[in-house]
Design a protein around this ligand. Sequence first.
Ligand code: 5GP
Length: 219
Amino acid sequence: MVADGHGFDGVERRGLMFVLSSPSGAGKTTLSRLLIERMQGLSLSVSATTRPMRPGEVDGRDYTFVDKTTFDAMVKRDELLEWATVFDNRYGTPRAPVEVALSSGRDVLFDIDWQGTQQLREKARADVVSVFILPPSAADLEKRLHTRAQDSDVVIRGRMDRAAHELSHWAEYDYIVINQNVDEAFAEVQSILKAERLKRERRTGLTAFVRELQRQLEK
Ligand code: 5GP
């Protein structure tokens, strides 16, 4: 499924699926936005969801907002790479844009929960790099959910209750970042992506590159 593209040093490599998960309010959305703004060659996977749009959200940028019937039709047509029910709403990753990005040599960033991450891992283990973002404390998580002010108190209580359950999946992830400070957390996530891009197994063009180096040295 993952095609080869050119790395930034000109050596071909396989595109990777970079997954960020966390309890909501741990700062994952901010980190995703910074990654997209500052890292070249990275596309954001825009999920489809049945949840209502929040103030400030834009259809097609934050999510593709669809009704339940449309979502079910997408599932039936196998148009979603993975999907899950979160807080009584359905969320899923449209398959086509991911395949287009990967086959043109771009990496894809996913802001999805542990259920979606498990499904991606089952489909493409070698191409999935997963990062779990932890808040430094429960108080910090609650403060962020309130500051975001996009949800009612009842919804926030529900998200806090669910956070404990989501946290229990931390050990399934390749990397764990504690978001004490957004600049530091961003630097950590960025270094993970940079290092993973350099992994030998992903750099399909290395054999040819080294062979050419040897040819030049032997001249
Ligand atoms: P929110 O409603 O706060 O935007 O997202 C709620 C949760 O759903 C977050 O943990 C987010 O990562 C997750 N989520 C968003 N899109 C998807 C998706 O396409 N698939 C899955 N499995 N989870 C998603």
